[in-house]
Design a protein around this ligand. Sequence first.
Ligand code: DLL
Length: 433
Amino acid sequence: MIFNEKFETMKLEDLKNLQSERLRALAKYVYERSPVYKKRIDESGYCLSDIKTIDDITKLPFTTKDDMRDYYPFGLFSMDSSKVAEFHVSSGTTGNPVVSGYSKDDVDLWGEAAARSIGAAGGKAGDIIQVAYGYGLFTGGLGLHYGALKFGCPIMPMSSGQTKRQIKLMSDFKPRILACTPSFAMYMGEEAHSLGFKPENISWEIGIFGAEPWTTAMQNEIDRSLGMLATDIYGLSEITGPGVAQECHLRQGLHIWSDVFYPEIIDPKTDLPVKEGELGELVITTLTRTGMPLLRYRTRDLVSINNEVCACGRTAPRISKIQGRTDDMIVIRGINVFPTQIEYALLQVEESLPNYQIIVDRADKGLDTIEVQVEIDQKFFSDEIKGIEAVKQKIKKSIEQTILVGVNVKLVEPKTIARSEGKAKRVIDNRKI
Ligand code: DLL
């Protein structure tokens, strides 16, 4: 179902005019309210009157994840923090987390974007939705929640975890839609089967899955094992949570709601646009946000774009599934993890040496695992087993407290982990994405 006919099927020419109008207003808005953007626009050699159409967007400065960290917590807001309705936070590369401030209108916009996404996935008003993304500073739970409220779907605000309870309530309430990370969907499917459920006893018909990379093969596997249509949803806290882009039932790319989140695809090395269909970094401008609007935000996510009108009738362009990232962030079970966080956690434990490797795997059933191999001083190896086990637990605890994801720790002797002469390859990602 198309939730918002006017914007989702707008003629391309009208869409371009709307984007141009919104870009002019946005440039003025941030220039007047954000000292950071005022300074950057002044330094760019362009002025507001140079921003006439959406094609002039390239005259505006980029915003990066480093900016988010440097201006932590509220320095990039265009609104006083007392006027903000909600804060959301995700992991930053080092030190400071990434904070995003949503005004009341931004929360409304987020609900609109997520509602369009529920419709694109095939949802209908009245469908019960089981929201099994985490609620809280992470945007997954609340994003689908706001979308469902707007769309008119009765909500089961489950949050993540409690697998058996999720399945029991699925069986009793018969939700038609399940929203969670793809790895959690796989896990729930596995549990449901072990409890004796067959695909025909599973009420979910539509999955709205995202927050982590996953393949089409995994999508097909979820379709098969849960007897549903698994669709991909994309988003990031800085822009808006889930609902920046979403696959329609045809699953030929994710429609990016470009009347509000304007996409550019650039070569991350030259910063120049790539040709339609070529892989590049997704850069997004929030055309209508008011709390923390962002100009040309470098998402570091690698995608290609297809501007052709989709057979579903939507004119919003489609991005490919996320093909990778330009940095070393690993998204594991929906949580962003940076190797530097693991390094930090290791350095808190005196027995560990700062030589480590992170091995990410995807088990057969789709659940991602992290193993951290850590070198420890030779002298601890001569210790009795109990002592070694205690060091291992100490390291495990330190890492888990930092990254908020369970890990396996393997202690190895000094000089076991390959040394590098260039950039150290800290992460071995064995997931086939
Ligand atoms: O993950 C928002 C979200 C919640 C999206 C629920 C979809 C569903 P962050 O925690 O800020 O926000 O992480 C954003 O996660 O830059 C991508 O690298 C990755 N990511 C998000 N969705 C997808 C997806 C949420 N569908 C970062 N496929 C992004 C691959 C995804 N990666």
